[in-house]
Design a protein around this ligand. Structure first.
Ligand code: GUN
Ligand code: FE
Length: 424
């Protein structure tokens, strides 16, 4: 009983994608970091405990980012008039090279962790660079900030600048070593990270696929983000039926795999993704910035693909997942407007919010971290208190306040951040 905490407020979540669930003037009973129940009144057996009244505003599940590049936090907004491959060459690779210097990593990565926290993203799946030492520093910075994250050491053994290229053997050995070092920690866990097919040899991808199976490790990469990248992959791997089949042939697809972007997939490739239970991570901000295209998210949702949402900073220009939620809705409308004959459907705000909380949380749940992403009994109590301080707030419904925050709010409106019952 001593571990029980009570919070009173207006709670909104999306246990299912179709609609927001609003519970006004409710009391969250939190025990040992988990939600015990959400009640209308304080139950008699807890009546002696103090209640933290979150007052005006709304309480929502904290945000989860399923695809973000920590080193690229330094280059947000730079070179975004370029296409993917030029942007990688001229902005991203030179920026990532600097993380060979561990002192630089020690200076920069705490800033990234602080910004995630500021924006209310309390769980994330993060790319580092090829450098194992700097990427360990990244993991420590996230841990120190009290955040939960999967952290990946990037692998590239070809088609990268010399100072960002590893031998196949080094890439594999350093990845295994890195993953072993991150295993068994509280707040951070390892994820295998072959960057994308153009910068990985088939041998490296196969070895990482085997390692993923042997150590039961999750894995992340990029898939079919632009047409020129997909064309390049078909030239590099002429024997593969498609980009998706290539990853499948290398053992990279499974329930623990995250594939970012996936804009240009054939029906057959989507079938394969569904069959392998792989999660596709939608990154709408990045897809617009680099003129990559618009992922047919509505179609993927309706076909039963597992889906998540990512900021993809620095191709995305903000770590704020509430911006990614709105971008998701906006690009789905644009796709419908631009291709009226293709029967695309609009993605609703609740569906997009679901992805940024409950949908992304399912990846953490599946990977054995315990359920999270909504205010359901037994779930980790991960919450943000949002209060825009509007004089007219009393006249707005709780849902309208949330809609207004998602579209027009910012981090100043996030008044409290709670992860597993702990205020950060
Ligand atoms: N494809 C390969 N690397 C990257 C990256 O860093 N960002 C994005 N958006 N796509 C990639
Ligand atoms: Fe990315």
């Amino acid at each position: 009983m001593s571990l029980v905490t009570l919070y009173k407020g207006h709670f909104i979540d999306t246990p299912t994608p179709g609609k927001f669930r609003v519970r006004e003037d409710a009391v969250a009973i939190v025990e040992a970091g988990k939600l015990l129940a959400l009640e209308k009144e304080v139950p008699a057996r807890f009546s002696s405990l103090p209640v933290t009244d979150l007052g005006a505003g709304v309480v929502i599940p904290s945000f989860i980012d399923l695809h973000v590049h920590a080193p690229q936090h330094m280059q947000m907004g730079a070179g975004l008039d370029l296409g993917l491959l030029d942007w990688l060459e001229h902005h991203t690779f030179p920026g990532e090279s600097r993380f060979a210097d561990e002192d630089y990593a020690r200076k920069i990565y705490p800033l990234f962790a602080a910004e995630l926290l500021r924006q209310g993203t309390l769980r994330s799946v993060v790319y580092g660079t090829i450098h194992p030492e700097s990427t360990l520093i990244l993991a420590q910075a996230l841990e120190k900030a009290g955040l939960f994250a999967f952290v990946g050491k990037v692998n590239m053994d070809r088609n990268a600048p010399d100072d960002l290229k590893e031998t196949t053997e080094d890439a594999f050995r350093d990845s295994e070593l890195f993953c072993r070092k991150l295993t068994g920690r509280d707040g951070v866990r390892p994820i295998l990270t072959p960057r994308f097919a153009p910068s990985c040899s088939k041998k490296l991808m196969e070895k990482l696929g085997q390692l993923s199976g042997r150590l039961n490790l999750p894995l992340q990469s990029h898939l079919s983000e632009t047409l020129s990248e997909a064309q390049w992959v078909s030239e590099l791997f002429p024997e593969s039926r498609s980009y998706t089949h290539l990853y499948n042939d290398c053992g990279l697809l499974g329930p623990g795999s995250l594939m970012a972007h996936a804009i240009y997939l054939s029906d057959g490739e989507i079938d394969l993704i569904v069959e392998r239970e792989t999660t596709l991570v939608h990154c709408p901000g990045a897809n617009v910035n680099l003129s990559s295209g618009i992922m047919p998210l509505g179609r993927c949702l309706d076909r039963g693909v597992k889906l998540g949402l990512g900021s993809d900073v620095g191709a995305g220009h903000t770590l704020a997942m509430y911006r990614a939620v709105v971008q998701t809705v906006q690009v789905s409308k644009l796709l419908r407007i631009l291709k009226p004959r293709e029967n695309h459907r609009t993605v609703s705000l609740s569906e997009a919010f679901y992805l940024a909380t409950m949908g992304n949380g399912e990846f953490f749940t599946r990977q054995g971290w315990g359920p999270c992403g909504a205010f359901e009994p037994g779930m980790s109590f991960d919450a943000l208190h949002i209060d825009m301080g509007l004089p007219q707030a009393a006249a707005l419904s709780a849902l309208t306040q949330l809609e207004r925050f998602l579209y027009a709010g910012d981090d100043r409106d996030i008044k409290a951040r709670i992860l597993a019952g702990r205020e950060l």
